[in-house]
Design a protein around this ligand. Structure first.
Ligand code: FAD
Length: 519
């Protein structure tokens, strides 16, 4: 509503006047030569000049004289062709201090005036603080990027769909070295396998997982160990419609620290300790085998003697006590039984088994390292193809090592025959559902179909006894596999050698089965 003593036009004009006067933006109006005709109070507040000090002066009075010439040239090129210009200049206040001005200059031609009777409307605000924050942010970003790009750890950022949207050179090196499509995905599935529900809960609650050690095996290469950490990062939307209703995007930050060198050192120490333990175990085992063999060999004749003694006693009837043959047979039976008891008493006790989660890749690697000399001297080449990531099984690592040493030793022995040229042993590990499977294939003569069951019998050997074969290898292997709830079988369809498959329930599957059994 216009004031009663003003015409509507005069009222609007006065509103415009006050609006300009009270605007928080610095406003100046100049003539065509950029000579100042008017400035508002905000202009004075920002620049420190009083109106009378600037009216009649050129706008260049505000120039800090360090704005590049091209900026002014671009400004004037726009203005002289009748277009507005917006940009940032470095200005000087009355006290000499600089500030960043975000300026818009608009050519103003009054209706009815000649085209050359032009004025310019300048509006600017002090953008120093905004500039400082923007620069600080840019510096911070640059610093973070520099640190991440030279950091010795591999970093990958995954979006909600699991796509890697950002990575660093160290991660790219991991991609090249591991030869799997996306190492981040391999890490996530390995963590899921090893942590089970703990992983799902951490993901659901966005809880970080720190320094989880993972081992990655590579065909024909040293295994790599990484300490992997996961953390979550929330990105707030930059879209205007999310200003009051933000729905942040979740990103997963994966950091992989290569700890292979330290692990290798640790492995070397472990291997030395394991060799010492194995030789003690082997001594124990071979003593047990030799004594069991002797007991087994003795038991047959003793059984025969005991049957004969029984028969003779029955034949002699009441005079059995006086019968010299019955007495001799009873003495022989007693002596035989005593000999068996003595041998059994001399048998060293089995070493205590230590059960826990076992990675079969690790076990097989140990076995291959221990058997390196035997493989080399028999001229056997090994095709070692471990699964990149293999879930653990629950078991006794020493017994499992003995199992695979036995199977590898059998394969070497089968191929190490004079004149046999094809000498290759392939070992493949793979998870199949809840089962962990190891497949050993040699290029030896294979086992004839008729003997495939017999070879698992104790003290059965396809080799001549004079070679020293005790024939307990496969029965012992079978016993270890059964103790671990596994299955050991020959592939009946494989030709050109022997293919053995050993499979065990994965540790998690076994855990589930036990929980279900125990209710
Ligand atoms: P100038 O002598 O101005 O020359 C710079 C370039 O601009 C030259 O290429 C010249 O040919 C061209 N030029 C200059 N005047 C004209 C003109 N009238 N017509 C065509 N071309 C021309 N500058 C600031 O530094 N800070 C400000 O806050 C600021 N506010 C402004 C507000 C308005 C409304 C206007 C119209 C201009 C403003 N300017 C401002 C620009 C200012 O007028 C000067 O161009 C600038 O300060 C450079 O001054 P200078 O003496 O170094 O060079």
């Amino acid at each position: 509503m216009a004031a009663p003593d003003l015409t509507p036009a005069a009222f609007t004009e006065s509103v415009f006047h006050y609006a300009v006067e009270q605007s928080a933006i610095a406003i100046s109006i100049t003539d065509a030569e950029a000579r100042i005709l008017y400035v508002n109070p905000a202009f004075c507040a920002i620049t420190g000049y009083a109106p009378q000090e600037v009216v009649g002066q050129k706008q260049s009075l505000l120039s800090y004289k360090s704005t590049p010439r091209e900026v002014y040239q671009a400004m004037w090129a726009a203005l002289t062709s009748g277009r507005a210009w917006t940009g940032r200049l470095l200005n000087r206040r009355r006290d000499g201090s600089p500030y960043v001005a975000e300026l818009t200059v608009t050519p103003v031609v009054s209706p009815g005036a000649d085209a050359d009777e032009i004025h310019y409307l300048g509006m600017h605000w002090d953008a120093t603080e905004e500039h400082r924050l923007a620069q600080q942010l840019a510096n911070h970003k640059h610093l973070v990027e520099s640190v991440v790009s030279v950091a010795p750890v591999a970093v990958a950022l995954l979006d909600g769909s699991g796509k890697v949207v950002l990575d660093n050179p160290a991660y790219k090196r991991v991609v090249a070295e591991m030869g799997v499509g996306e190492p981040a995905h391999a890490v996530l599935s390995a963590l899921r396998d090893s942590l089970g529900e703990g992983f799902d809960q951490a993901v659901a609650r966005r809880r970080p997982l720190l320094s989880q050690e993972l081992r990655f095996d590579r065909a024909g290469g040293e295994p790599r160990w990484y300490a992997c950490s996961l953390s979550w990062f929330e990105e707030h939307s930059t879209q205007p419609d999310a200003f009051y209703a933000d729905a942040p995007n979740d990103y997963l930050l994966l950091v992989m620290h290569d700890i292979s060198a330290a692990k290798r050192q640790h492995e070397a120490l472990r291997l030395a300790a394991m060799r010492a333990m194995l030789s003690e175990g082997e001594l124990n085992q071979s003593l047990r085998e030799a004594l069991s063999g002797a007991v087994f060999q003795l038991q047959g004749p003793v059984n025969l003697i005991s049957a004969a003694a029984g028969l003779q006693r029955r034949r002699a009837g009441p005079a059995a006590a006086m019968d010299p043959l019955a007495k001799a047979l009873s003495d022989a039976q007693r002596a035989g039984e005593e000999a068996i008891a003595t041998l059994q008493a001399a048998m060293p006790p089995e070493l205590p088994a230590v059960a826990g989660p076992v990675n079969l890749n690790e076990v097989l690697r140990d076995v291959l390292m221990i058997e390196t000399d035997a493989l080399l001297s028999a001229g056997v080449t090994v095709d070692w193809r471990p699964a990149h990531v293999l879930p653990s099984i629950h078991g006794d690592p020493t017994a499992l090592r003995t199992l695979f040493r036995q199977l590898v030793a059998n394969a070497i022995e089968a191929m190490n025959v004079r004149g046999w040229t094809e000498r290759n042993l392939s070992i493949v590990t793979a998870p199949h559902g809840n089962q962990i499977e190891v497949e050993l294939t040699d290029t030896g003569p294979g086992i004839p179909e008729a003997l495939r069951l017999k070879v698992f019998e104790p003290f059965f050997s396809t080799k001549q006894t004079k070679t020293g074969a005790r024939g307990v290898g496969l029965s012992l292997a079978q016993e270890i596999v059964s103790r671990h709830r596994g299955v050991l079988e020959f592939d009946p369809h494989h030709s050109g050698g022997c293919r053995l498959r050993v499979s065990f329930p994965g540790a998690r599957a076994l855990e589930r089965a036990l929980t279900e059994t125990l209710g």
